[in-house]
Design a protein around this ligand. Structure first.
Ligand code: ATP
Ligand code: MG
Length: 311
């Protein structure tokens, strides 16, 4: 299997401080991969090392089988990036900005390529207007068009939705998906969990410079959390509690009120509890699963990490 990006044992030390510690992950072709972590976790530092804006203290970066150390030029040509906000000449049109950038590129960029990228990010209607008239979302999209000009197979974006409104974020997400469907791999960082949940195929959680978890969205949210919270709405809460106590489920109760009880159990126990209740003449009206969000999962993982550090 060849990857769009392989990051191996990436480490960054500044003075005596280790800012990024032994981070490894791989990004598949056409995949949208997230780097998720709280402020100061090390996301930008990881990205800056991948795009060679800063030196690595250790580790290697391989882009589409080109090692950044041994095949620098080929590796860089496979990569497009926006680190920090894209800078434009505000009094020039979007087109002139892109054209200016294209002229500076080492590779020849055709007029067709420019037009193709402008269309891809949906700026064809505004491309001749001055950048100062653009919304933040439009500037972000112009940045993506610019980063894609030289036909990279990998696009790297550090907090690309910063400052975008919900509509802008949604549109941006759709553009990323479109790129991925066209075979371009995307690495995107964010500290917004809910956003990453919608945007990425897989994600890594970075905390204090370390990669503490990696998996697909579905795995982390659906299967890994075998123990889930279920709410049973019942006709008789007193009998329900008696049944639960008698069958050793009382410890799993997380809350109850006059009509319902919530338990953290595995799926098999849900069926069992339902059967027991019915056998004891309790009517079960509703069984509802409380969906674990990525946010729950994120907190669970980072808290677990803290607990392990304390012991
Ligand atoms: N040049 C530097 N010198 C010293 N410390 C640095 C330097 N650059 C970054 N750091 C520290 O490294 C840590 C990681 O910073 P980084 O910017 O990579 O985090 P981040 O995950 O991108 O955070 P944010 O979500 O705020 O963008 C922080 O504690 C930061 O203070
Ligand atoms: Mg950052």
């Amino acid at each position: 299997m060849s990857y769009a990006l392989e990051v191996r044992n990436l480490t960054k030390k500044i003075g005596s401080k280790t800012i990024v510690n032994d981070v490894s992950f791989s990004v598949e072709k056409g995949e949208i991969f997230g780097l998720l972590g709280p402020n100061g976790a090390g996301k930008t530092t990881i990205i800056r090392m991948i795009v060679n804006l800063i030196n690595r203290s250790g580790g290697s970066v391989i882009i589409n089988e080109h090692n950044l150390d041994s095949s620098f030029k080929s590796a860089m040509s496979e990569m497009g990036a926006i680190v920090e906000n894209p800078e434009f000449y505000k009094y020039m049109s979007g087109y002139k900005n892109i054209k200016h950038y294209a002229n500076m590129a080492t590779k020849k960029i055709t007029e067709e390529r420019i037009q193709e990228m402008v269309r891809l990010v949906g700026l064809e209607g505004a491309i001749n207007n001055k950048v100062k008239t653009y919304s933040l979302g439009m500037r972000q999209r112009l940045g993506v068009a610019q980063a894609l000009l030289h036909e990279p197979s990998l696009l790297i974006l550090d907090e690309p939705t910063n400052g975008l409104d919900p509509q802008g974020i949604r549109e941006f997400r759709d553009y990323l998906r479109l790129l991925a469907n066209n075979g371009i791999s995307v690495v995107v960082s964010s500290h917004l969990l809910s956003e990453m949940q919608l945007m990425c195929d897989r994600f890594a959680i970075i905390e204090k410079g370390e990669l503490i978890h990696i998996s697909t969205m579905n795995e982390s949210v659906e299967t890994e959390v075998a123990l889930r919270e279920y709410v049973f709405e019942v006709s008789n809460i007193k009998s329900t509690m008696e049944v639960l106590e008698k069958h050793n489920f009382a410890d799993m109760v997380v809350k109850k009120d006059e009509t319902s009880v919530s338990l953290t159990v595995v799926k098999e126990d849900v069926a069992k509890i339902n059967r027991l209740l019915v056998e004891h003449d309790v009517d079960v009206y509703i069984i509802q699963m409380i969906k674990a969000t990525l946010e729950d999962r994120f907190l669970e993982l980072t808290n677990k990490d803290k607990k392990e550090q304390m012991t």
